[in-house]
Design a protein around this ligand. Sequence first.
Ligand SMILES: [Zn+2]
Length: 525
Amino acid sequence: MAQSNPKLDLWPYEEARKLIERVRDYPPERAAVFESGFGPSGLPHLGTMGEVLRPAFVRHAYQVLGETRPSRLIVFIDDMDGLRKVPEIIPNRDATAPYLGQPVSRIPDPFGDCHDSFASHMIAQLGSFLAPVDVEYELMRSSETYASGRFDEGLRRILKKHQEIIAIVAPTLRPENRVGWSPFMPLCSNCGQINSTLVTAYHPDRATVEFSCERSFGGAHGCAYKGEQSVLGGRAKVQWKVDWALRWFVLDVDYELYGKDLIDSARLSGQIVRLLGGRPPLGFHFEMYLDEEGRKVSKSVGRGVGVEQWRRYAPIEVLKYFLMLNPRRARKLFLESIPQYVDEYLDALREWSTLDDAARRNSPLEFVLQRDSARRFDSSIGFSLVMNLVPAIGSADRELLWTYLVAYDPKITGDPDTERLARTLMDCAINFYRDFVEPDKKAVALAEHESAQIRALADWLRNNPDATADEIEKSIYDLGREHYDKPGKIFPVIYRALLGQERGPRLGAFIRLATPEKIASALEY
Ligand SMILES: [Zn+2]
């Protein structure tokens, strides 16, 4: 195999080069820091997966480029955030309602007593959610970081510069939110709410604010307590855009990716971190996912595809492959689009096994393959083909389906990796069929004369259960000759009836393998 020396130009490499430039003059022991945020007021979702994996891809590129400086990927959990509304997804929503406005780190676990708080439950979910993708990260909890005093120096600076921060943020708010806006959200020492407090005076000299617990939102109300308290040690948090800047400043964050919806927040947080004496991280915004009608898929809405679904309908590597595609391009993502990404992934894998080590570094699979991933797929079978065979043969007969796939391409049993991946594809196709196609299987619309031809074929098959592949093929030609000027015109009709498409495998061999009886019953029109 010839040694190639390709320019490494995938987007994570381009990002990593900028990062290497940024950290060039750091002392050797200072790590390059990647950050990603997770809001534990809800369950992790596909967006979360992208927010953790994409910086991890850049971090991998940073290592591939030979950078010896250590690096860290911090997943920062904003568990000081107050619960603004009771999520739809939790059980016993009434039991959580009294805790509205309190930080999620202080709200009991709505899913039972499995964890010490609402936030801990969601964080555990995040852990099991990320486990299958083999990504290395550190969790950092906002509640612990504030309480430990690690944010105190930054909080003192924010307090000292509160007027300048207000001058940056207030003009960007709706008029009704401008009045009384403060960077600080004191945790009410009387009722425990954090969204209810209104700051009335600042005392940078003693690191305190005065506040009145009087705001109402989403059905929760302040307790009317008034007092003065320290902003240090977890007795207050700062508002989101300020909080982002505080993390960048205190944790020395070098790199962060965020969704397009946060462009304005990132710009403001960048101004604030400079005011504190820090430097905004590198990074860029990525495009959002769109549904089949081109609408933005948000975490809470609609038919957005979940990670659990990906795992049921496609190998996990395909999800990683999807997230490796250029993040600056908006992509449609809906269930029916999964097979297309699987086929792209199979193409990439076929190519990958022909490349030398150097060229492999510039394949998306450098970032996607895991320790246990199949490393070759030495077959021409595509996922779309498997998806089309399942309806013809039915989901119950796994072994028959496998027999057919082997007959179609004997190379799928040629090596263990190819066979393992082919079996995974088959199982995914069966899941897809069982979940979506079978329940509302509708007959393909055939014209009356076409239905009659299909019934005639089904009758012939029923009467000739032992026919050979050649005999079946011949009977189909006879049928075609009877009804059309060219006998071949019967084939698209049969494929449509059987597979819902215009083309398909050689019918004689296919029907023999699947057995004439089975095909006859699949052809009941
Ligand atoms: Zn209160």
